[in-house]
Ligand binder design. Structure first.
Ligand code: ASP
Ligand code: MG
Length: 428
């Protein structure tokens, strides 16, 4: 019987320079004979650089050429280190891709920023997948590069496109199943994370950090044995070591717990990743690309005792808004509807909320430039009070001791508890 496919996802840090790319090849060599689906993100911080490029393209174009040449030379340096022979076909590929991107940027931008963004930022993944695929071949790992735009079909919600599952299933099965089933040798497919296409052929993206989700979509459709996300950390920590002491790696946890943690903001995996895996009971493993023999974290359908260890998530730059009625009337459903209408129009992310008879409090990621519009829209009917620069600490599986210790001498402005989760909004 054909062996089941392993899906690997390599993020930006795992391909951030030539040595990192070489390390990816070494990791693949640890799985001889296994059919592998490799999903790769843009190299290092390329997506941020391309975001700056889109801003320049759609705004003041003075910096455009400089930003473009930075992106090109960053990649060219990696290519030059990996392929010392300057007649290698990778140079031709790279030239074509960069010419395509420059061509795009020489056209005047249209009025839809999100559309322009999606046509441009995906070049990061296109460069990285192309370079990785060529380098793997060079180091003896035969592989085929598939264009994610021909695998994953989405709607046209640019920058946060929704997957058209029916069409994506058809495309992936048509293109990838014969490749995996008919290969005489080890079948290795490489594709880009994060990017997809709408039915009209325009490029779309699945949202920042969306490559994890790309990998999960492919794992789901290919009925993979496992998805492995290769990270620069040895697994899922119960807390971010930058903010908490006494952190440890969770060896095994459930889909549910992992989803809750990532949704509350434990940045290690994109929250959308879990559902497709859970739906087909495909285990997710988080391993370290610098220490590939360490056991990492296993996320699967079983609850384990470790699913109940306390986990801490720290989110700073929080805004706490208290919204009350002007005339002592209740904050009822109709008023909540109005308030949420404003949040949704402005695309704000609410993290915690609490209501009383005549006031409603929400803690949200700082809305930045949208703050003025937010206050303006609400202050007609409501009295607004707010605190800025707060920290939201979420504790899964909390105990009273933990809460007392965490609050310490800090002022707790809002506390919200459910059976397993406590959220504290604290100053500083
Ligand atoms: N390169 C994209 C980003 O940085 C997607 C990803 O890394 O998952 O957001
Ligand atoms: Mg990235």
């Amino acid at each position: 019987m054909q062996k089941k496919i392993l899906v690997f996802k390599f993020g930006g840090a795992s391909v951030k320079d030539a040595d990192a790319v070489r390390n990816v090849a070494e990791i693949l060599k640890r799985y001889p004979g296994r059919p592998l689906m490799v999903v790769v993100s843009a190299m290092g911080k390329t997506t941020n650089a391309l975001e700056a490029l889109v801003k320049a393209y759609t705004g003041d174009q003075r910096e455009l050429q400089g930003l473009l040449s930075d992106v090109i030379s960053f990649h060219l340096k990696i290519v030059a280190a990996l392929f010392p022979d300057s007649s290698h076909p990778v140079y031709q590929d790279f030239l074509l891709k960069t010419a395509e991107l420059s061509g795009l940027l020489s056209q005047p931008p249209g009025g839809n920023f999100d559309y322009e963004y999606d046509q441009i930022v995906g070049y990061g993944e296109q460069f990285s997948a192309m370079i990785l695929s060529r380098y793997l071949s060079e180091s003896g790992i035969q592989n085929t590069l598939f264009n994610a735009g021909e695998l994953i079909v989405t709607d046209k919600r640019y920058r946060r496109a929704g997957v058209n599952w029916e069409k994506s299933i058809r495309q992936v099965k048509q293109q990838l199943l014969p490749f995996f089933e008919e290969s005489l040798f080890q079948a290795v497919a490489v594709t880009q994370g994060f990017i997809a296409r709408a039915e009209d052929g325009s490029h779309t993206t699945l949202g920042r950090e969306g490559s994890d989700f790309s990998a999960a979509i492919l794992a789901y459709i290919l009925d993979a044995e496992e998805l492995i996300i290769w990270k620069d950390v040895p697994g899922l920590y119960n807390a971010d070591p930058r903010y908490f002491s006494d952190v440890r790696i969770i060896e095994k946890t459930s889909y549910k717990e992992a989803l809750e943690l990532s949704w509350y903001g434990a940045g290690i995996i994109h929250p959308d990743t879990i559902k497709p895996l859970q739906n087909k009971n495909i285990p997710l493993r988080i391993l370290s690309f610098s220490d590939p023999s360490e056991q990492g974290t296993l996320i699967c359908g079983e609850e384990s005792t470790e699913s109940r260890i306390p986990c801490y998530i720290h989110k700073d730059k929080q805004l706490l808004l208290s919204i009350s009625t002007r005339d002592f009337s209740y904050v009822n459903e109709e008023k909540l509807h109005e308030i949420f209408g404003v949040f949704s129009r402005l695309g704000l992310t609410v993290n915690v909320m609490q209501n009383s008879a005549i006031s409603f409090s929400v803690c949200m990621d700082d809305p930045g430039q949208k703050k003025e519009a937010l206050f303006h829209e609400l202050s007609g009917r409501f009295v607004i009070r707010y605190n800025e620069n707060l920290t939201l600490i979420t504790i899964r599986n909390y105990t009273q001791d933990i809460l007392d210790h965490l609050a310490g001498r800090r002022e707790v402005l809002l506390e919200h508890r459910s059976r397993y989760t406590c959220q504290l909004v604290v100053s500083g």
